[in-house]
Design a protein around this ligand. Structure first.
Ligand code: NAD
Length: 505
């Protein structure tokens, strides 16, 4: 990719954008009601295109197609190796289209294109990873019982699964759910976020090109309260995998109870990053800055609370001030850009209102500067809240923007208690060169995932997810493939004339 996309190249990708329809039963179709909504570019606040607005009728149609494909189509009956060929093919098509997907995702979300490109590469890997895992791990166990029985398990698909995804890393998060769902043999209805529909549309095109049997993957666009809620309520949908805000997760859990659905909840976070005085300072600084300002701060695992030991606090703040003014803010299409605009005006206003609140709560606010040519976009500059205390609202609530609160601490027990004094428990980061302390603190912080002397690097085999208000269940590795998208089934086989109770003889 060139350092700045040439106008011509950009134009050719942009001119490929069409109005978006649903993808149901192997066909692109308009909304049942024929209504649509506008998709807005966060950099210009101009309309990109129109998107079919799905509601209950569209979900019903998709659920019927997915059910038919599950019950009577070839997908479930196929050999695993045959099914996995489709997943490898999807990965290859994504690789071929990587530039188009990365550019359209940046256009749609405001995420810098260099970052969406990495995410697109990871999306292809999601399919390869789950294809390999299904081939090697989609098997049960046998339990011998004293020569009387052999009891064995097999893994069956769950059936029709509904996937509901957010806008903050749409293509990667969609594929992170679609890949294990398909690998396990389910059929799928994806309801992508209404604020970022472009790459979900491309995913439907990729699936179409890969030639999946009709009805195996369906995409219904629309708003959460209508299309999303109808998916959750539909009796033919057996499971819902959701990623989004904690408050939305609570509503979905309640609504899913009516039809007793299996659910997976990947929710919000307010993750601590703890810098002890003996750490490798420059590396900790790099990780802290990247962890909150990459992805425009719209990252569930962002280190929005940074606890810094008193002895290194002044140095840390001096360095932070320099970094914050150096971060390159601008056009998401420029490969040099490090921070782009937030997803929409509503979110921009929300993040800014937290910055105003921080001032009222007593923080000193340090910010970078948005260049004048970017003023039309929803830019919040990189922001640091100094003199923060953990009990402030800005340290307790998820802001989901490029805003880092810096909190001073003096001792280990104090910082563990403060790190845990929050409703969320998604991720945490610990920086120290004292190996015993590193493990102690990593084990004591309430979170589903801790990185010790590292930024958020992923190993796709490991469990991904949070505790407390950050979620229920885990994605990643066999946790998704076997524990969520598959049903274990046990078959008890008698091998002898074992005793049977004699009733009514
Ligand atoms: P959101 O909850 O507003 O929306 C997420 C999805 O839910 C969208 O597709 C939306 O249309 C749908 N939805 C909304 N109301 C619904 C309802 N009543 N029924 C069914 N569906 C409904 O979240 P968002 O603003 O798109 O995403 C940001 C949030 O996602 C942040 O809180 C972030 O921390 C979280 N997130 C978590 C993870 C994780 O893995 N834990 C990853 C990424 C993002």
């Amino acid at each position: 990719m060139p350092s700045k996309l040439t106008d011509q190249k950009f134009e050719s990708i942009i001119s490929s954008i069409e109005n978006i329809e649903h993808y149901i039963n192997g066909e692109f179709v308009p909304a049942y009601s024929n209504s649509s909504f506008a998709n807005i570019n966060p950099f210009t606040n101009q309309k990109i295109n129109s998107v079919a607005e799905g509601r209950e009728e569209d979900i019903k149609k998709a659920a019927a197609a997915a059910k038919e494909a599950y019950k009577n189509g070839p997908w479930g009956k196929m050999k695993v190796s045959e099914r996995m060929k489709y997943l490898y093919r999807i990965a290859d098509i994504i690789d071929q289209e990587i530039e188009r997907i990365a550019v359209l995702e940046a256009l749609d979300t405001g995420l810098p294109v260099s970052q969406t490109k990495n995410q697109t590469a990871r999306s292809a890997e999601n399919f390869r990873f789950y294809a390999r895992m299904a081939e090697s791990r989609l098997h049960g166990e046998a339990y011998q019982a004293d020569g009387e029985f052999i009891n064995y398990t097999i893994y069956k698909p769950v059936g029709v699964v509904g996937l509901i995804t957010p806008w903050n890393a749409p293509f990667m998060l969609e594929t992170w759910k679609v890949a294990p769902a398909l690998a396990a043999g389910n059929t799928v209805i994806l309801k992508p976020a209404e604020l970022s529909p472009l790459s979900a549309h491309i995913l439907a095109q990729v699936i179409d090109k890969a030639g999946l049997p009709k009805g195996v993957l369906n995409v219904v666009h629309g708003h959460g309260e209508t299309a999303g809620a109808a998916l959750v309520a539909n009796p033919d949908v057996n499971a819902i995998s959701f990623t989004g805000e904690t408050s939305t997760g609570t509503v979905i859990l309640k609504n899913a109870a009516d039809t007793l659905k299996r659910t997976s909840m990947e929710l919000g976070g307010k993750s601590p990053l703890i810098i002890f005085e003996d750490c490798e300072f420059e590396r900790a600084l790099d990780a802290a800055v990247w962890g909150i300002f990459s992805f425009n701060g719209e990252r569930c695992t962002a280190n929005s609370r940074v606890f810094v030991h008193k002895k290194v606090k002044d140095r840390f703040i001096d360095e932070l001030k320099r970094r914050v003014t150096n971060i390159k803010i601008g056009d998401p299409m420029d490969t040099e850009t490090e921070l782009g605009p937030l997803i929409n005006k509503v979110h921009f206003n929300k993040v800014n209102s937290y910055i105003e609140l921080a001032k009222k709560e007593g923080c000193e606010v340090i910010q970078g500067t948005v260049p004048s040519e970017a003023k039309a976009g929803n830019f919040v500059p990189p922001t640091v809240l100094l003199h923060a205390r953990n009990d402030m609202k800005v340290c307790q609530e998820e802001i989901f923007g490029p805003v880092m609160a810096v909190i001073e601490f003096e001792d280990e027990q104090e910082v563990i208690a403060a790190a845990n004094d929050v409703k969320y428990g998604l991720a945490g980061y610990v920086w120290t060169n004292d190996i015993k302390r590193g493990h102690r603190v990593a084990q004591a912080v309430d979170a589903g995932m801790i990185w010790l002397n590292a930024q958020n690097v992923r190993d796709l085999r490991t469990p991904f997810g949070g505790t407390k208000a950050s979620g229920i269940g885990r994605e990643g590795g066999h946790y998704a493939l076997l524990e969520f998208y598959s049903e274990p089934k046990v078959i008890h086989v008698a091998m002898s004339d074992h005793h049977i109770p004699q009733f009514g003889k």
